[in-house]
Design a protein around this ligand. Structure first.
Ligand SMILES: Cc1cc2nc3c(=O)[nH]c(=O)nc-3n(C[C@H](O)[C@H](O)[C@H](O)COP(=O)(O)OP(=O)(O)OC[C@H]3O[C@@H](n4cnc5c(N)ncnc54)[C@H](O)[C@@H]3O)c2cc1C
Length: 493
């Protein structure tokens, strides 16, 4: 399915031997996008990720490629335009992990439900279409009350005035990261997961960087011209960082689609906030929350009050559904790495991004969204090229597909693919999978999709043992590790 990757030993040896143009810290979507862009523009590029690729926020999002209708209501036209263009760009370069998704946004008469009156929303979505340049996404329309009732029979009917139907994109966040990295690797980037950036100092106009291999007891040093801090929620903690973050937590719940048979994604409102019910194959993803978070990024988790909040909103919107915590198949919690603002509730803090260079050759990239990752990467690499004395060449990342259809089709999709030994072998040999959870959670996505994954876990562990040469004790350790890492189902009681 692809050419074999260089081994970890080869990469670490090569990092210590060669002077690089750029070292990227962080293997989420932002770091992956920068690695791809830099390598495609001919820069000698490496990326280190302390855990697995995409294990941070970039596998814990709502999986939407969107301009953000909500931001339009806040008058942030520039932000909506930027993200709207990017959602069509990502669909063009990665059609295997991005498809148009219709959204129904119902409107109601009373104040609580009426903050989004139908006339205002109808105008809003037309502006939204224009700002997104629609193209690959279909045009929005306004629906009358009777049409909404027919389309969404379980929806709260009292005081319903109608709905608008508009389009955004649905993606698979972790796959988008992995596929971006596959493209970066093909372009020559050196990529290491389970490798932590420890620190760095200036050394005759370069950065001497120290990394530690988390899979073997060894460390390495390298000389690079530029360092990019793309560590999302961790970015304040990196030495030399100038980033000030405001972290907010968001959680998602997955339930069977039979329990909430929505044909389109549905927007549900709670005060000024909006939540989504997003159809995902035979499942529905429900979310999200937006609450301040001050703990360690590693410790973020779904709490009972998060579950209650989301289920309350869903059950108010669909009163006959009566979804309880017993219906939850899976859940995840993530942290929005928002650039800190002086005031404002969590939902009001800007989602725009910042690229700063507080010291020569050091770049902090913070904020932004999954949707705008490619633009963030392009702007960062432009700045890097200027710093190293090259005129920024025109980036090709908006046109060049991430993968060829032959590379993409058998390995990557929005809804999890049928598990097979061949697929697992591909994950291990071409996509840097090291642990069972790398496969079950991020590359395969089965942890979030399959209700009882006991048998599959055993099978995948057997396949990985054969492919990676695990003995019985390593196999048992991997199953135990996966059970701890597996998104826990949090009961309210
Ligand atoms: C609940 C929620 C819903 C969201 N929904 C959407 C959505 O629908 N659409 C959208 O566009 N955006 C969405 N977002 C925003 C989007 O997910 C994030 O903006 C994006 O994933 C951030 O990516 P990142 O690469 O900056 O951070 P991350 O994905 O967190 O990556 C940073 C990486 O840096 C690594 N790292 C940290 N320290 C070190 C070190 N010392 N050495 C090596 N590696 C290190 C971490 O392990 C981590 O993997 C959502 C966010 C949340 C929380």
């Amino acid at each position: 399915m692809a050419t074999q990757l260089a081994s970890r030993d080869e990469i670490i040896e090569s990092l210590a031997r060669t002077q690089l143009d750029v070292l990227i810290i962080g293997g989420g979507i932002v770091g992956a996008g920068i690695a791809r862009d830099a390598a495609l523009r001919g820069l000698r590029t490496a990326l280190v990720e302390q855990y697995d690729f995409a294990s941070g926020t970039s596998s814990r999002s709502s999986r939407l490629l969107h301009g953000g209708l909500r931001y339009l209501a806040q008058g942030r036209v520039g932000l909506v335009r930027e993200a709207g263009i990017e959602k069509t760009t990502v669909q063009r370069i990665a059609p295997h992990v991005c498809e148009p998704l219709p959204f129904m946004f119902p409107t109601y008469k009373t104040p609580l439900w009426g903050q989004w009156p139908l006339w205002k929303l109808s105008i809003g979505v037309r502006i939204y279409d224009l700002l997104s340049g629609i193209r690959d996404f279909r045009r929005s329309r306004t629906l009358r009350q009777a049409e909404v009732k027919q389309a969404l029979p379980g929806l709260e009917p009292n005081e319903l005035t109608g709905a608008v139907r508009y389009y955004d994109g649905l993606t698979n966040d972790a796959r988008l990261v992995i596929d971006t990295l596959r493209s970066a690797s093909k372009a020559g980037a050196l990529l290491l997961n389970y490798c932590r950036f420890i620190g760095s100092e200036r050394d005759f106009g370069l950065w001497r960087c120290h990394i530690s291999d988390q899979l073997a007891d060894r460390s390495a040093h390298m000389l690079v011209r530029c360092v990019v801090n793309a560590t999302g929620p961790w970015s304040e903690k990196i030495e030399h960082s100038s980033v000030k973050l405001h972290l907010t937590k968001g959680i998602h719940l997955v339930v069977d689609r039979m329990r909430l048979p929505v044909p389109d994604a549905v927007v549900m409102t709670e005060g000024a906030r909006i939540l989504f019910a997003i159809p995902w194959g035979d499942r529905v993803i429900l979310g999200t929350t937006d609450t301040d978070y001050t703990g360690r990024p590693e410790d973020v988790r779904v709490e009972p009050e998060d579950v209650s909040y989301v289920l309350d909103v869903v059950n108010r919107s669909f009163p006959t559904a009566k979804i309880t915590d017993k219906d939850i198949i899976s859940s995840w919690a993530g942290l929005r790495p928002l650039v800190a603002a002086k005031a404002g509730r969590p939902s009001d803090i800007s989602r725009s991004h910042e690229i700063r260079s507080p010291q020569p050759g050091w770049f902090d990239v913070a904020g932004g969204k999954l949707t705008t990752y490619r633009l963030m990467a392009e702007q960062t690499v432009n700045k890097i090229m200027l710093y190293i004395g090259q005129r920024p060449s025109k980036g090709t990342t908006a046109r060049q597909p991430l993968l060829t259809p032959d590379e993409a089709r058998p390995t990557s999709a929005i809804v999890p693919l049928e598990p097979s030994r061949e697929l697992i072998e591909h994950f291990c040999t071409n996509e840097w999978a090291v642990h069972l959870d790398d496969v079950m959670i991020r590359r395969g996505g089965w942890a979030h999709y399959i209700e009882d994954d006991t048998e599959l876990t055993e099978n995948v562990a057997d396949w990985m043992a054969g492919i990676l040469g695990w003995d019985d004790s390593r196999r048992s350790e991997e199953i135990a590790r996966y059970r701890t890492a597996r998104p826990r189902i949090c009961s309210i009681a």
